[in-house]
Design a protein around this ligand. Structure first.
Ligand code: UTP
Length: 408
């Protein structure tokens, strides 16, 4: 696009303020700026502004989870099935590490955060060690795919190389990058990060599989004969990936996806809970949970919506291929966004100052025909690090790691 076309495009969407410093840029910077605008999808922001971004829920009914006693009763069979699938190379792991981790407030990728007390213990290291447990148990290398973003790709790949992949086999580690989306102020006006640079953020964790496709990572999947992908967040340092029992349970129950869940600590706990929505598996967010749903009981008299997701899903690859390209709902998320103020000074805000636009992996569940919610023990498998202190923090995760015998 040339300058005139770019101006027209920006005017059409009320974003012409982005041209404020255009005349101050060098010729190369101007060309680069025009390219950035040409690639922008401005319809997305328009849709969100007019309210179409928020997505009405259908009819919610309970979806029973496989609870601990049922898992224990079938443990040997599930574990065998899982180990066989892993040994046959049918299981891969996908680490979602493209987020900005703004709540933790470090300039480095979240996985580089050192949670050690008497020695170095990096978040990435904890994750890799947990996966190595399964590698050892099955005597099989499991492909690990790591999603990064434009904001942290270089640092992440360098860090893995510097640390010798924390003992993992580099031939089984593949990095790929997710897409970016513009970030705006509260009125939907896109921020400038520099005079010639539009403020872009990672577009959420929902595009992981389509990004794998774009990066041709799916060729590796096909070639290796991987049939199941276990996708998980970077910040849960007690995370168990490619867990043979979970893999086996999902396969034996013939489900398109398995979801690790924990029993809610309280009815109003702020986690998304598994349910059926219009008869299909889905997740209802805590803020969408009405009092009626919160107090609903199942046939055993237990709370009907009692199992929260922990961002650990095992997807069947052929089902992922079927949903590829399907529309995903967009979520508007309030975040801290670095920007240029009126005088053109770069500002790093201390509190949220606008919105990012994201698709989320949890919305992929609703695109699947069947889902197995699989209960895990919270204190053994769930130690998310979102903040420095308080709930879901470095502090709380350290306590849980110690409780599980991890030296820090
Ligand atoms: P969060 O929403 O907790 O992570 O994502 P965040 O956006 O990094 O953190 P805050 O809200 O700014 O503090 C859960 C998981 O999804 C990944 C994160 O890296 C984390 O593993 N994620 C999130 C992506 O891979 N890409 C994204 O665009 C967003």
């Amino acid at each position: 696009m040339n300058k005139t076309e770019v101006t027209e495009k920006l005017q059409k969407y009320g974003q012409e303020h982005l041209l404020k410093y255009y005349d101050e840029l060098t010729e190369t910077e101007q060309q680069d700026f025009l390219n950035q605008v040409s690639l922008l999808d401005l319809d997305v922001i328009e849709k969100c502004k007019s309210g179409n971004g928020e997505n009405a829920k259908g009819v919610i009914t309970p979806l029973a989870a496989m609870e601990l006693d049922e898992i224990a009763a079938n443990k040997d069979s599930f574990t065998n099935t899982g180990i066989n699938a892993i040994k046959a190379g049918k299981v891969g792991a996908v680490l979602l590490a493209g987020g900005m981790g703004t709540r933790l407030g470090s300039d480095d990728p979240k996985g580089m955060y050192n949670i050690g007390l008497t020695k170095d213990v990096f978040i990435f290291e904890r994750i890799v060690r947990n996966l190595l447990d399964v590698v050892e148990e099955t005597d099989t290398w499991i492909h690990l795919f790591v999603m990064t973003s434009d904001k942290n790709h270089e640092k992440t790949t360098k860090f893995f190389a510097e640390k010798n992949y924390f003992g993992y086999n580099p031939e089984y580690v593949t990095f790929f990058m997710q897409e970016m989306a513009p970030a705006t102020d509260y009125n939907g006006k896109i921020y400038l990060e520099e005079k010639g640079k539009i403020s872009m953020s990672p577009n959420g964790n929902g595009g992981w599989y389509s990004s794998m496709k774009k990066w041709n990572v799916t060729d590796i999947i096909e070639k290796a004969g991987i049939e199941w992908l276990n996708v998980f967040a970077v910040d849960n340092v007690l995370q168990r990936m490619a867990d043979p029992c979970f893999v086996g349970a999902t396969i034996e129950r013939n489900c398109a996806v398995g979801a690790k869940v924990v029993r809610k600590a309280a009815p109003d706990e702020k986690v998304g809970v598994m349910c059926l929505e219009d008869g299909r598996p889905s997740i209802v967010e805590y803020y969408e949970l009405t009092d009626e749903l919160m107090n609903a009981k199942d046939d055993k008299g237990n709370p009907a919506y009692n199992f929260g997701v922990i961002l650990n899903y095992l997807f069947n690859v052929s089902k992922l291929n079927e949903i590829l390209g399907k529309n995903m709902p967009l979520h508007i998320v309030e975040k801290k966004i670095p920007y240029l103020d009126e005088e053109g000074n770069a500002v790093k805000p201390e509190s949220p100052n606008g919105y990012k636009y994201e698709t989320l992996v949890l919305d992929m569940i609703h695109l699947m025909d069947s889902c197995l919610p699989y209960e895990v023990v919270r204190n053994k498998e769930f130690a998310p690090i979102k903040n420095k202190t308080g709930i879901d923090s470095v502090e709380s995760a350290r306590e849980l790691l110690k409780e599980n015998g991890v030296e820090l």
